[in-house]
Unconditional design. Structure first.
Length: 321
């Protein structure tokens, strides 16, 4: 996948797997941060060249075509506004903060969802995040301070940097797998192994662009380690540790081994019980361990399960007695 900002030009050389695809569909599948409508708008603005000439959305790609994207992200000053929203901050110093994100909160604005996000809340609470060291305007900073993401319906710990230097250092730690991220997940079925690892590459689902899938085409390596904490009659509570941080990684990997996350409407099992246990997925970012980029101190933080998830476990415990 290509996580890109507005300062990068991007060139794609079309191979046989992409031949025959529409230009807009292809770019929407390889540019993780953009929807198809956003891609089409870039094409209309002549920000996409095919073999050096402005492309058209319906152009059918041919072997050897060179597709160049001149600008990936659009300025967002007109629609990303500071909002005073509640934040559960569990740690804070001059360089960074760690918050316990509530389920239902989107991390950063996206086309069609420009308000009520974590970034809106951060911009209101920390106005200094709106400008970077490189002199970018507030409108160009789509994800100020964001180091990593959690899905909308995943709760738990998230690191936010207060300045570009700290953000860059933490992103580098993330790339080098030096930040330990552990999750709690309740999954369908009884997991037989006490512990194990899932090593399977993840990329965009070619049939459903908004979903991820295990695929060899356009994918990146992905590894998830798990350990069983508690087995119930039809479910298992897992402690998971990410070695990589791909979009929807835990959910895709657990589906692949036949134990999808309880309440996951996107990657859930088609054989799941009809009666809903939760109105969101049972996935919680439980623990973070990393080295503070300024002080060198090792920070270790935990966030207990929120009430909606703990209530499910309590019910299962009662049923097992």
């Amino acid at each position: 996948m290509h996580n890109l900002d507005s300062s990068h030009q991007t060139v794609f050389h079309i191979n046989e797997q992409a031949v025959g695809q529409r230009l807009d569909r292809y770019l929407a599948s390889v540019l993780e941060t953009l929807s198809r409508s956003a891609v089409q708008q870039l094409i209309e603005e002549k920000q996409v060249l095919v073999n050096g000439h402005p492309g058209k959305p319906g152009y059918m790609l041919r072997q050897g075509d060179e597709v160049e994207v001149l600008r990936v992200s659009k300025p967002v000053a007109d629609h990303v506004q500071p909002q005073l929203l509640p934040l559960d901050i569990v740690y804070e110093d001059a360089d960074l903060l760690i918050l316990n994100k509530a389920a239902g909160m989107v991390v950063h604005p996206a086309p069609g969802h420009s308000n009520d996000t974590l970034v809106n809340a951060l911009m209101a609470r920390y106005p200094e995040l709106q400008t970077s060291e490189e002199g970018e305007s507030a409108g160009e900073v789509v994800r100020p301070g964001i180091v990593h993401r959690l899905d909308k319906d995943t709760s738990g710990l998230l690191i936010v940097a207060k300045n570009p230097r700290t953000q860059a250092a933490l992103i580098e730690q993330m790339k080098e797998h030096r930040i330990t991220k552990r999750y709690l997940a309740l999954v369908e079925g009884v997991v037989a192994l006490d512990q194990g690892s899932i090593d399977a590459p993840i990329g965009r689902n070619p049939r459903h662009r908004q979903q991820m899938a295990i695929t060899a085409i356009g994918s990146r390596e992905a590894r998830t380690h798990f350990r069983v904490l508690r087995r119930f009659k039809r479910h298992t509570l897992l402690l998971l540790q990410l070695e990589t941080g791909r979009t929807h990684q835990i959910r895709v990997h657990l589906k692949a081994i036949g134990h999808p996350v309880v309440g996951d409407l996107t990657y859930g099992s088609t054989h799941a019980h009809r009666e809903p246990i939760l109105n969101r997925q049972f996935l919680h970012a439980y623990q973070l361990i990393f080295t503070h980029p300024t002080t060198g101190a090792v920070l270790e933080l935990e966030a207990p399960l929120p009430p909606d998830l703990q209530n499910v476990l309590d019910r299962f415990e009662e049923l097992s007695l």
